[in-house]
Design a binder for this molecule. Structure first.
Ligand SMILES: Cc1cc2nc3c(=O)[nH]c(=O)nc-3n(C[C@H](O)[C@H](O)[C@H](O)COP(=O)(O)OP(=O)(O)OC[C@H]3O[C@@H](n4cnc5c(N)ncnc54)[C@H](O)[C@@H]3O)c2cc1C
Length: 470
């Protein structure tokens, strides 16, 4: 079989590449192994957020007494019903991508692709040749081999959302974004939860001050064992998980130690380019091209920025660059931006503080424990830290654990992306009473340390330009 362009993987990156490929050819083949529903819709972003929303709704009862609402003690979380809702929503979200084979007919092929060289693939015994190949095979949860002896009691995000019920005690190993989100959701649903991680980090937070604010907030809801690798052993009918500072007997363990690119068995070694220890080739971030080959590696599979909007962007770029008339050069990537959907939410905009190096920074913070709107909503906790270039006043980065960090993060991402200065942002209107006033407080403090900012939020009127009036 000979086609112009092959796309391997029908996830977010592959489908986004497909949109671009269809602009230049109908002679393509989309190959996908397993379900066609995408990781995001089937077992990633969407079902996890559905579970978190249910957990947060139930958790809210703890504030009722303070609001003057009585009777919260009578509420209970029906976990099977919660999981049934998650699956209902999930089934609806996957419908669109799952109809891809129907829509593409013979141009969609179910099967496992393996490269046999730059323009040649094997798909379960069928030979496919293509001028350009876009690889977007995604990633999968890491599960240490010895843990497999515990069978179905080891959960991953591939199996979690299929469960009809959850056991009473769950250990979560790996306290990155996914681990923290799900551990807190389990705890909020009333399960006994302990979180383990080899390092003393949470949700990928880089700024030590944000982490110091966040840790006790999470620790108030679940036991944390951070700073030593977790060990698992059989303990009667349970699994004993040992880690820093103690152990925990669990009925199930969620392995959340990260995701591995699906490149083993993909045949990358046949491309004739060097591969690193993880089996990955060097990929140009602005073109997604592998070496100078007509081969592109996009999405989670290239091991860089494994989040959805980046996977979509990478598919888009790979699809554009795979065109026979592709423009020279590549695409500038967006400002880095990530959100963890725990409470308070964690968000980072721009490079992590530790990567800002020895730049001359001006920094300021907003403490949400005293922020007016956060207090009336009974969510007064968290810290936002924002950094600017002292000389130019340009906003560079921010990290926070704060209520509605997803929205504050978008505002800051827009400012950083557009190269705005502290005074540019302060010149915008801020309504009252809103959480954004917390950010404004930090920016006003920042303005004092930045000569660029002129001492007033308001812009000066322009001179009228008439000699007599100037
Ligand atoms: C629990 C969880 C929560 C998440 N939450 C968020 C979030 O809130 N926000 C966010 O931005 N990101 C989130 N993510 C990350 C996000 O889901 C991923 O970054 C994104 O889905 C990756 O898309 P992809 O196209 O690279 O891979 P996928 O969607 O996984 O697609 C890859 C496809 O390729 C197929 N494939 C693999 N190998 C082959 C082969 N050899 N031949 C043929 N086909 C193959 C796979 O079966 C799959 O269908 C979350 C992920 C998880 C697991």
């Amino acid at each position: 079989m000979k086609v112009d362009t092959v796309i391997v993987g029908a996830g977010t990156a592959g489908l986004s590449a497909l949109r671009e490929v269809r602009r230049y050819t109908d002679d393509f083949l989309l190959i996908n192994d397993g379900h066609w529903g995408t990781t995001c819709a089937a077992n990633g972003c969407m079902p996890s957020k559905a579970l978190i929303e249910a957990a947060n709704a139930f958790h809210r009862r703890k504030a009722f007494e303070d609001f003057g609402i009585r009777g919260a003690d009578g509420l209970r979380a029906d976990v099977p019903a919660v999981l049934a809702r998650v699956r209902r929503l999930r089934d609806d979200f996957v419908q669109g991508p799952a109809s891809t084979p129907e829509r593409l007919g013979a141009r969609a092929l179910a099967g496992r692709a393996r490269l046999k060289g730059p323009g040649r693939l094997d798909v379960d015994g069928r030979e496919v040749e293509a001028r350009a190949v876009i690889l977007a095979p995604g990633s999968r949860p890491v599960v240490p081999e010895p843990w497999r002896r515990f069978g179905e009691r080891i959960l991953t995000t591939d199996t979690l959302f299929e469960r009809r019920d959850l056991p009473r005690r769950i250990a979560v190993v790996g306290m990155g974004a996914i681990g923290v989100e799900l551990a807190q959701a389990f705890a909020r649903l009333g399960l006994e939860v302990a979180g383990f991680d080899a390092v003393e980090g949470l949700a990928g937070i880089d700024d030590p001050e944000v982490l110091a604010t966040f840790r006790p907030l999470i620790e108030a809801e679940l036991a944390l064992h951070l700073g030593a690798p977790a060990e698992l052993e059989q303990a009667g009918g349970a699994i004993r998980v040992s880690g820093a500072g103690g152990d925990f007997e669990a009925d199930a363990v969620l392995a959340a130690m990260g995701r591995r690119p699906n490149v083993d068995g993909l045949g990358l070694e046949t491309l004739g380019v060097p591969l690193d220890d993880a089996g990955l080739p060097e990929v140009d971030r602005s073109t997604l091209r592998v070496g100078d080959l007509p081969v592109f590696l996009a999405g989670d599979a290239n091991g860089d920025r494994a989040i959805l909007h980046e996977a979509a962007d990478e598919g888009h770029v790979a699809g554009r660059m795979a065109s026979p008339e592709s423009e020279k050069g590549g695409f500038r990537r967006r400002t880095p931006f990530s959100v963890t959907f725990c409470s308070p939410q964690v968000a980072r905009v721009g490079p992590p503080l530790s990567a800002l190096g020895d730049r001359d920074l001006a920094s300021a913070e907003a403490d949400f424990s005293r922020q007016g709107r956060a207090r009336v909503a009974h969510e007064a906790e968290g810290l936002l830290r924002v950094h600017a270039d002292r000389r130019t006043g340009r906003l560079l980065a921010a990290e926070m654990c704060a209520p509605a960090a997803e929205h504050l993060g978008h505002l800051l991402a827009l400012a950083v992306e557009r190269g705005m200065t502290v005074s540019d942002v302060l010149a915008a209107p801020f309504y009252h009473p809103v959480l954004e006033e917390g950010l404004r407080g930090a920016l006003r403090d920042l303005a004092k340390a930045v000569p660029e900012a002129g001492g007033s939020d308001l812009s000066r009127c322009k001179a009228i330009g008439h000699e007599a009036l100037d």
